[in-house]
Design a protein around this ligand. Structure first.
Ligand SMILES: [Zn+2]
Length: 358
């Protein structure tokens, strides 16, 4: 398994049908974790009959782990002493958090991957970033949750950064004005969690001078589906409200999870989330977990080409998705195009980005 080489081929792969290369890479990750994580091997031995995964013929027979296992077990595929960072999925929700163990190499690969996917979809190269969140979230680093991981991840791809909200989640006009005065960059990225942008930024009336500046920006948002649902607003509605109130043409969402940090799914110009050579998914029936065809809503099995320090390359989540195009999305990009429809009703609310810590 050569992840470095695979990452280097990202740009080339993302231009064509990458399914064969992705499948080979995922099975090599499966082999790697079988050899390096005794828990993973035991789980596979117990739950999969040999002939199920010995084919290596298609991705549907690739074994998957329920994502909640990371709450109960320390799943690692590297020596303990090589772990240098632990990501947690939840903070104060009272639920057990997932723990994701990273080596330096894995963390570095996450950064490289995020950069490649981000650039491929937005065409922005090192923009300045206006983060729609409170700076307190980052200074209080007791929790490294999805919101913090998102901010740190995207901030790392950008040149200058500033926060658009203050400690009380009020729009910080001083901070935004200073940011705009100091930016000579033609590219501005407005980034934040969807419901935070909606609740605290889009509801405020911005002065026309700021609005004019921000109208050229690209808005990138994601995370916290449950919270967005509780505000009774869909992603489509969010996109049009953001376009209208900021005057911007480009509003994109992304979908990803802390268990697969770095390999996110980005929204295309036609409004669908897309697979890419580092992230793909399989839609499975809620009744029997069999793969289901396009146009049907089922559970997302998410596949990532990145995890080497922990066996998180193939995870069954409680998110509901619908594949719209298996290939041939009208945007012209290769790979699947899909929509996320929130989470199963019975699912435990994940604390990660839905937990609002103030
Ligand atoms: Zn598309």
């Amino acid at each position: 398994m050569d992840l470095k080489q695979y990452l280097e081929s990202f740009s080339l792969l993302s231009e064509k049908d990458f399914s064969a290369e992705f499948q080979t890479h995922l099975y090599s990750l499966h082999d790697f974790h079988q050899n390096n994580c005794s828990y993973y091997r035991a789980l596979i031995d117990n739950f999969y009959s040999e002939n199920m995964f010995d084919h290596y013929e298609d991705l549907y027979s690739l074994p998957f782990l329920p994502v909640n296992l990371f709450k109960s077990y320390k799943l690692i595929s590297c020596p303990d002493e090589e772990i240098f960072k632990v990501l947690h999925s939840s903070g104060t929700s009272g639920k057990t958090p997932s723990s994701i163990y990273l080596t330096r190499e894995n963390a570095r690969n996450q950064t490289i991957a995020l950069s490649k996917i981000f650039t491929a979809f937005t065409k922005l190269k090192r923009p300045d970033i206006l983060i729609i969140d409170s700076p307190d979230l980052i200074s209080d680093r007791r929790e490294f949750n999805a919101r913090v991981a998102g901010i740190i991840g995207f901030r790392g791809l950008c040149r200058k950064s500033a926060y658009g909200l203050d400690s009380n989640y009020q729009v910080d006009l001083n901070s935004i004005e200073k940011f705009l005065e100091n930016t000579t960059n033609q590219n501005i990225l407005i980034f934040g969690f969807t419901w935070i942008i909606y609740k605290y930024f889009l509801q405020s009336k911005l002065p026309p001078s700021i609005r004019e500046y921000l109208s050229k920006a690209v808005v990138l948002h994601g995370g916290g589906w449950k919270k967005l649902q509780s505000l009774s607003i869909s992603r489509n509605q969010f996109n049009s409200i953001a376009k209208e109130s900021l005057g911007t043409h480009s509003v994109l969402s992304y979908y990803g999870m802390i268990e697969q940090t770095g390999s996110i799914f980005m929204e295309c110009e036609k409004g669908y989330l897309h697979s890419n050579p580092l992230a793909s998914l399989i839609c499975r029936s809620q009744l029997d977990l069999e793969p289901i065809s396009i146009g049907n809503i089922g559970l997302a099995q998410v596949l990532s080409g990145l995890p080497t320090s922990y066996p998180g390359h193939s995870l069954l989540t409680d998110d509901l998705v619908e594949v719209i195009h298996q290939e041939n999305c009208p945007c012209g990009r290769p790979g699947q195009a899909f929509l996320v429809h929130g989470r199963t009703k019975t699912a435990e609310v994940r604390g990660c980005s839905d937990t609002f810590r103030r």
